[in-house]
Write a protein that binds this ligand. Structure first.
Ligand code: SAM
Length: 373
């Protein structure tokens, strides 16, 4: 089926999961498996054409090596099944083969751009966070691999979980002041802005991560650091601030200025040496402001504090990779007079917004709520 025989919109809707997986740079085998699912298990001419015309062509100007990998696997799978490979696929692959890997990489940044599509399922269309287009696509520049850009330039499963959580329970975050620790690429913050949190403070201890996060906010048309108009010139309802905040040096007086309603963190429990510092930050952010604190607050924060902070809570999403590290975290939580509850079952995201993302194992993530005793 050629693009001309069908409108691109209809085509994209038929292959929505395939396109979403491709744009999120899921493993190429997974993209092809999704294309098979659309056609009873086989890779039809229509599926090949969609992968070539819509996916591969779109990637040509950016993520060329990923497109090359997809083409190679696609051709291989069709050939193994004695199917007919479209000529265009051979031609495109030959073009990639004649370009050296160095040339492809030189054209690309060492950073790649993933487009994470949150797809709102049927039945959720009237939900407050569901956009008219029924999908929210977030552009995220990430590092090509873990060696470049530190851990904060990759997307971790807990931030996918926390993003689904925010989009599923917008009423918990709308009009609230939110503070995230170890924000990485900034995806959770972008979701918080989508559900109209009043204020979003995104922080990270790594400067490279912070500048990448700022770039991601710009790419998603969000202004930060007190620019109140977004890039389309409309008033932006959420105030966003990006801040360098290494847990080791964060001072209590600095933290007491913010008085957030909700603190968030995704995949921040992994380095035992950082845990006491992280806990100190959480304790300071969870503390209700005293009168003395109020006196020293800046005007705007003072106003928030005087309105009275609702019960403060920290939502920390985590994959427990090392039981000893997690137990050390629990011990510190107890020593610092905080209470922690596993709320994964109770607050599991209502909607599965990333159904195409087979690399994301939602069940591996636990959600904890932490508050002062
Ligand atoms: C595993 S990454 C998770 C990033 C993001 N939250 C996500 O889930 O995609 C951990 C994040 O915590 C930040 N981080 C690690 N140690 C830190 C510290 N001591 N102070 C502040 N941030 C820190 C890293 O820079 C990184 O962005």
């Amino acid at each position: 089926m050629a693009a001309s025989e069908n409108s691109t919109a209809e085509w994209e809707s038929q292959y929505l999961h395939v396109l979403s997986a491709f744009l999120a740079m899921e493993p190429v085998g997974s993209v092809i498996a999704l294309a098979r699912e659309c056609n009873g298990g086989s890779i039809t001419d229509g599926a090949q054409r969609f992968l070539w015309e819509i996916c591969v062509k779109a990637a040509a100007s950016g993520n060329g090596s990923y497109a090359k990998k997809l083409l190679k696997k696609l051709i291989n799978e069709v050939e193994v099944e004695n199917g007919e490979v479209l000529d265009e696929l051979y031609e495109e692959y030959a073009l990639y083969m004649s370009t050296s890997k160095e040339d492809i990489l030189a054209k690309e940044n060492i950073r790649i751009t993933k487009f994470i599509s949150f797809l709102f399922p049927e039945g959720s269309y009237k939900h407050p966070s569901c956009p008219l287009s029924r999908k929210l696509v977030i552009h995220l520049q990430c590092s090509l691999n873990m060696l470049e850009g530190g851990t904060g330039c990759s997307i971790w499963p807990s931030s996918l979980f926390l993003s689904e959580f925010v989009l599923s329970f917008p009423e918990l975050f709308a009009n609230k002041s939110c503070f995230e620790v170890g924000s990485g690429v900034g995806m959770v913050g972008i979701c918080l802005a989508h559900v109209k949190a009043k204020k979003v403070i995104l922080t990270d201890g790594d400067l490279l991560t912070l500048s990448n996060m700022r770039l991601n906010l710009e790419r998603n048309h969000l202004n930060y650091d007190d620019e109140l108009l977004n890039q389309t010139g409309e008033a932006q309802s959420t105030r966003i601030k990006c801040m360098h905040l290494p847990w080791e040096t964060a001072s209590e007086s600095e933290l007491s200025k913010y008085c957030p309603d909700i603190i968030l963190g995704a995949d921040v429990i992994y380095d035992p040496s950082c845990l006491p510092h992280l806990l100190r930050v959480l304790v300071a952010l969870l503390r209700k402001p005293t009168k003395r604190d109020n006196g020293s607050l800046k005007t705007e924060d003072n106003r928030d504090a005087q309105q009275g902070c609702s019960p403060k809570v920290a939502y920390i999403a985590s994959v427990i990779r090392n039981a000893d590290t997690f137990n050390a975290f629990l011990t510190l939580v107890d020593q610092m007079d905080l209470s922690i509850t596993d709320v994964t079952a109770e607050l599991t995201p209502r909607f599965e917004l990333l159904p195409y993302m087979h690399s994301y194992d939602r069940s591996s993530v636990r959600l904890f709520s932490i508050s002062s005793r």
